[in-house]
Design a protein around this ligand. Structure first.
Ligand code: AMP
Ligand code: MG
Length: 315
């Protein structure tokens, strides 16, 4: 299949409305979308990514008003988060409407919903006839795609269209909060931290340690993720000491100790999040063997960066 690259939201939405799979930019990472009412199109997302069918997709909407079309009830805690963070990098888990295909939700009684805060994404979603189900636009297990070239590298000839936009400003996937439970529970860290969520809903609970659960509440959490081909080694207090070697790279907030072939020095944690996945992909293109990653402080977006780094370091 020929993959069309376009900057036109109208062209991209027309492909969605015809039942095709389209990648589109958002402020977190690029999404790989299909019409939620078209089961063949949804199946094609899983096929293109090589994504396990038990890993549900997030439904993307252009405005909070569309939540009623996909959720059966909106608890007060969810309304508080919606008022505060929609549009934005937050996915809410709510009980789903009966009409939502079990392919989208992987058979769960709940659905993940997000309203991106990205002008191109919202204009594109407005032109789609229905909400759009979309996981990250990468081959399963690889680092998420934060620019259109990364999408194209992974998925060219497997999807119909890539809507070209700027590099994703945040660079990490959305924070996921489960509001189908009372009190709500954080399932995945992102740019919005637990501390920030608690300013608005103080009883929000931290994530459950997924190791102890056979079937985690967010099924995606049990799969390997974010992995470049290079070996990822974590550095910093409590982790390994970085021993520079030929063909190795470094990403962090401080300068690398020892000899390193390639360095990504970030001025703050926002820049670290923004550059992390694109740096992983750059290292792969340059056949780097080991990427040393400095663990950032466990605060704010640093918690989400640490989470992604730990998953990327798993063999
Ligand atoms: P991705 O956008 O590729 O990060 O994938 C979507 C993430 O949302 C995965 O980790 C899913 O497990 C999670 N997710 C989507 N829908 C639900 C749901 N109904 N309940 C819990 N987690 C969900
Ligand atoms: Mg993903």
């Amino acid at each position: 299949m020929q993959t069309i690259i376009t900057e036109s939201v109208t062209v991209a939405a027309t492909w969605i409305n015809r039942g095709e799979v389209v990648a589109f930019p958002t402020e977190t990472v690029y999404g790989l979308g299909a019409d939620i009412t078209n089961e063949t199109a949804i199946e094609n997302i899983f096929a293109a990514k090589g994504r396990p069918l038990d890993n549900p997709l997030i439904i993307h909407i252009h405005s909070p008003g569309q939540i009623q079309d996909v959720a059966s009830e909106i608890p007060e805690t969810a309304n508080t988060f919606i008022r505060q963070f929609f549009p934005g990098p937050l996915t809410l888990i709510l009980n789903r409407k009966e009409t939502i295909s079990p392919l989208v939700t992987a058979g769960l009684p709940t659905v993940g919903i997000r309203c991106p805060n990205h002008p191109v994404a919202r204009e594109f979603l407005k032109r789609c006839n229905h909400p759009v189900a979309a996981p990250s636009a990468n081959i399963s297990g690889r680092p998420s795609a934060t620019d259109w070239k990364a999408v194209h590298d992974d998925l060219k000839e497997k999807i119909r269209c890539v809507l070209k936009g700027p590099q994703s400003a945040l660079g990490l996937e959305s924070t996921i909060v489960d509001c189908s439970e009372t009190p709500p529970r954080l399932l995945r860290s992102g740019a919005i931290s637990l501390e920030t969520l608690r300013k608005f809903v103080p009883e929000t609970r931290p994530p459950v340690d997924t190791e102890k659960h056979v079937r985690p509440k967010s099924p995606g959490l049990k799969y390997p993720h974010y992995s470049p081909s290079a070996l990822v080694k974590l550095c910093g207090p409590g982790y390994s000491v970085c021993e520079g070697e030929a063909g190795s790279a470094w990403i962090g907030l401080s300068s690398p100790p020892g000899k390193i072939a390639k360095t990504c020095l970030c001025k703050d944690m926002e820049e670290y999040a923004f550059r992390l996945f694109s740096f992983f992909r750059e290292c792969d293109r340059e056949h780097i063997k080991t990427i040393f990653c400095e663990m950032p402080p466990a605060e704010g977006i640093g918690i989400a960066i640490r989470d992604r780094l730990k998953k990327a370091a798993e063999e």
